[in-house]
Design a protein around this ligand. Structure first.
Ligand code: PBG
Ligand code: ZN
Length: 338
């Protein structure tokens, strides 16, 4: 051997050789602790109060606001491809919004009608409902306000629990409060128990929800931007690792059945923390509207291939510890996983 290679030969030992373990596509899949499967996907969908609506959302490629009469045509092909769960967001356009978000649990409002309709159309589909007031308050905040515009926590929690119980009574398999008021998990759990639904409805907490700039397309889609101020007094500061850990621990203690981290990709360390702090709970993460739009924009700009990037992003969430992924890519993944 030439001297250069001789040296190389002596510095290589058995433990240096890794590539043999992943030379084959199948062997590459074995290198992950878990792999994305269709049952890990929860699809966020927007339901509006115009029964025949099918309105494109410009900022969310391929996503639409759906009217109740369009749900069958929209969901049937997805259920056929293996869709197993959805999370509903109400987008009221015709209702009278007020300071307490009264339309949120209107029995003839889009969410409650959609729960009933979807249960009847697709009995095996798992229906989660986002619970929040911002789509229904005239001020666009997620809770009730004091006269000075600050959050009035106690009545907010009471109202949010009331809305959650209404969705559960209508047949939601899961309620998922995204408001970030203090103490709402305990209040909702107690409300479900009092309504004898404690054993029939999952409580998924948006536990570590950050005050992110990545909710913009969603607020467009849902018409839920605050009319003044921002959400920084209830959503977590992006750098707040400690607060996120405390919120995760609090919500498991208050009775959450599933813990969620949101957004997902910029908060992988928080997902990993949640996996360590709540190892006995399913762990969800929400790949939010801005993440979805960003991946699309990058692909459109030629930065990467859409599908490859979508898998890389979601694989990183699973690697961090997520067992459930809320993503607008769900229809694509159902296709890609075949
Ligand atoms: C409402 C809510 C938001 C999202 C889910 N529920 C927006 C917000 O908090 O302003 C964001 C979802 C997304 O961006 O895809 N509380
Ligand atoms: Zn809200």
């Amino acid at each position: 051997l030439p001297p250069a290679l001789k040296k190389y030969k002596h510095t290589m030992d058995i433990s240096s050789i890794l590539q043999g373990g992943y030379h084959h596509p199948l062997a590459r899949t074995w290198q992950g602790k878990r792999q994305l499967t269709k049952s890990m996907l929860m699809y966020p969908i927007f339901i509006t109060d115009e029964p025949d609506a099918s309105v494109e959302i410009a900022s969310l490629p391929g996503q639409r606001r759906w009217g109740i009469n369009k749900l069958e045509g929209f969901l049937a092909p997805l259920v056929r491809k293996g869709l197993q769960s959805v999370i509903l967001f109400g987008v009221p356009t015709k209702c009278e919004k007020d300071m307490r978000g009264s339309p949120a649990d209107d029995a003839s409002g889009p969410v409650i009608l959609a729960i009933k309709k979807i249960r009847q159309l697709f009995p095996t589909l798992y229906i989660a409902c986002d619970v929040c007031l911002c789509e229904y308050t005239d001020h666009g905040h997620c809770g009730l306000l004091n006269a000075d515009g600050s959050i009035d926590n106690a009545p907010s929690v009471e109202r949010i629990a009331q809305v959650a119980v209404s969705y559960a009574k209508a047949g939601a398999h899961c309620v998922a409060p995204s408001d970030m008021m203090d103490g709402r998990i305990k209040a909702i759990k107690n409300g479900l128990i009092e309504a004898k639904l404690g054993n029939k409805c999952t409580l998924m907490s948006y536990s570590a929800k950050f005050a992110s700039c990545m909710y913009g397309p969603f607020r467009d889609a849902a018409g839920s931007a605050p009319s003044f101020g921002d959400r920084k007094c209830y959503q977590l500061p992006p750098a707040a690792k400690g607060l996120a850990r405390r919120a995760i621990q609090r919500d498991t203690a208050e009775g959450a059945d599933i813990i969620m981290v949101k957004p997902a990709l910029p908060y992988l360390d928080v997902i990993a923390d949640a996996a360590e702090l709540a190892p006995d709970h399913p762990l969800a993460c929400y790949q939010v509207s801005g993440e979805f739009a960003m991946i699309h924009a990058g692909a459109k700009a030629g930065v990467y291939d859409l599908r490859t990037m979508a898998f890389e992003a979601v694989d990183s969430m699973i690697r961090a510890g997520a067992t459930l992924i809320l993503t607008y890519f769900t229809p694509d993944f159902l296709e890609w996983l075949d």
